[in-house]
Design a protein around this ligand. Structure first.
Ligand code: AMP
Ligand code: GLY
Length: 426
């Protein structure tokens, strides 16, 4: 079997690494891939907007399965296009991907089908939005409707800042078209969790819950990023709450999508706030696997992942057994470039990677890296996801930070508290 992976971040390295262990897979291609992926797959450079070019490549190489990592290709309809050409592809169609590509679509869907989420108002006029935030006062959250690479949500604690943000998004259009309409949303306080399920449009196959760390600096300070680290499992969800998440949020949303004429297949990612009253609320939905969450999750997963992708496509997920997981805690710490998330410096040589080879409890997933000769260089904002498994939270944190201490590149920045929230919760 030949598999094509779309994307080139840490998530896609984790997917490629997991697929490379599947018995029936002979070769893996990745567009565009990265330095780490190039060691286990053929990396090919085709513009991800060029759906025709992608289909031609897949036909020429007789690809049996396509797995899409990032949201942008899903939002422009890569799945619809490959399906029209009879190439099996994992992910939701364009209509389904709206659940991530339009925050307004997602909020209206949740409202209509009673999926718990913060109250909200939609605005397309700056003056109306401004008047409304003056009325309610901080705290509240402003969100651009469209895709902004994780940078379109602003938690507002001070109304002057809120008005400035509204002006930047709606008048100065710093996010372009994505900010033509905005949501002003109720501020929710509690513990954040990522709940990711596979689905064939009817059944769900849940992964373990995990926790991302979006702010750049320790103790959740600094600007939001794509995610600076994640771990799984998390201690904040008991069985009752998990049942509520499965039925009252994930299944209900997939049924709602079906009702709206979108047969939703692929991954549904619930970004949740576990509120102080122990109730789970949805902050956002994503139409794909999380990054970095996928790295600790797939490092801990025992199953062959390829049959899961296939059952989602074929509509036979109800026949799948529950996912089996290795014992213990899996933690991933992201090493980022100087200047990230504003403007990342690139081209620094990465040292120390060889020191981590051969340790079965440690895995280095590459994100923004490039291989030239025998050396790896930084080539993006998030560079590496150092991932480790330990028996306890403390053990996993010790292992992962021991591994981090082996790696060096100029300007390297990372958080030192990935996993600490679980330890202080116990
Ligand atoms: P999003 O892009 O929607 O995932 O939002 C980015 C981050 O903003 C989330 O991970 C939360 O930390 C925060 N956030 C978003 N919406 C809310 C909300 N309604 N209440 C509190 N924090 C939020
Ligand atoms: N880790 C957050 C995301 O994948 O959107």
């Amino acid at each position: 079997m030949k598999v094509l992976i779309i994307g080139g971040g840490g998530r896609e390295h984790a997917i490629a690494w997991k697929i490379s262990q599947s018995k029936g897979v002979q070769s893996i291609f990745c567009i565009p891939g990265n330095g780490g992926i190039s060691e286990i797959a053929d990396c090919v450079d085709i513009n991800l907007q060029d759906l025709d070019g992608l289909v031609k490549f897949a036909k020429r190489e007789h690809i049996d399965l396509v797995v899409v990592g990032p949201e942008n290709p899903l939002a422009i309809g890569i799945v619809d296009y490959f399906e029209e050409h009879d190439i099996p592809i994992f992910g939701p169609r364009k209509k389904g991907a709206q659940i991530e590509a339009s925050k307004i679509f997602a909020k209206e869907l949740m409202d209509k089908y009673d999926v718990p989420t913060g109250s909200f108002r939609i605005f397309s006029d700056f003056k109306d939005a401004n008047r409304y935030v003056n009325e309610i006062g901080a705290p509240y959250v402003i969100k651009a409707d469209g895709l902004c690479a994780g940078k379109g949500a602003y938690v507002i604690k001070n109304n002057d800042v809120g008005k400035e943000v509204l002006k930047n998004v709606m008048v100065n259009k710093i996010h372009g078209e994505a900010g033509e309409r905005v949501i002003v949303e109720q501020f929710l306080s509690g513990i954040e969790a990522s709940y990711i399920v596979f689905t064939d449009g009817e059944s769900i196959l849940p992964m373990l819950a995990s926790q991302d760390h979006k702010p750049l600096l320790d103790n959740d300070k600094g600007p939001n990023t794509g995610g600076m680290g994640a771990y799984t499992p998390i201690p904040f969800i008991d069985d009752g709450m998990e049942d509520e998440i499965k039925t009252g949020i994930m299944k209900r949303t997939i049924n709602a999508m079906k009702n709206e004429g979108a047969d939703y297949k692929g991954v549904l990612y619930g970004g949740l706030m576990l509120m102080d009253d122990k109730k789970p609320y949805v902050i956002e939905f994503n139409a794909r696997l999380g990054d970095p969450e996928t790295q600790p999750l797939l490092f801990k997963m025992e199953n062959d992942i390829v049959p899961i992708f296939q059952s989602c496509i074929e509509g036979t997920l109800n026949e799948s057994e529950a996912i089996q997981w290795k014992d213990g805690v899996s933690v991933c710490v992201v090493l980022a470039s100087k200047g990230y998330p504003e403007k990342a410096e690139k081209g620094m040589v990465i040292n120390g990677l060889d020191d981590l080879k051969g340790d079965k409890d440690v895995m280095v997933f590459h994100a923004g890296t490039k291989k030239v000769g025998n050396n790896f260089y930084t080539a993006g904002g998030r560079v590496l996801g150092i991932t480790a498994i330990g028996q306890t939270y403390r053990d996993a944190m010790r292992k992962v930070y021991d591994a981090v201490s082996c790696i060096r590149f100029d300007g390297m920045q990372y958080r030192k508290d990935i996993g600490a929230k679980a330890i202080s919760f116990h």
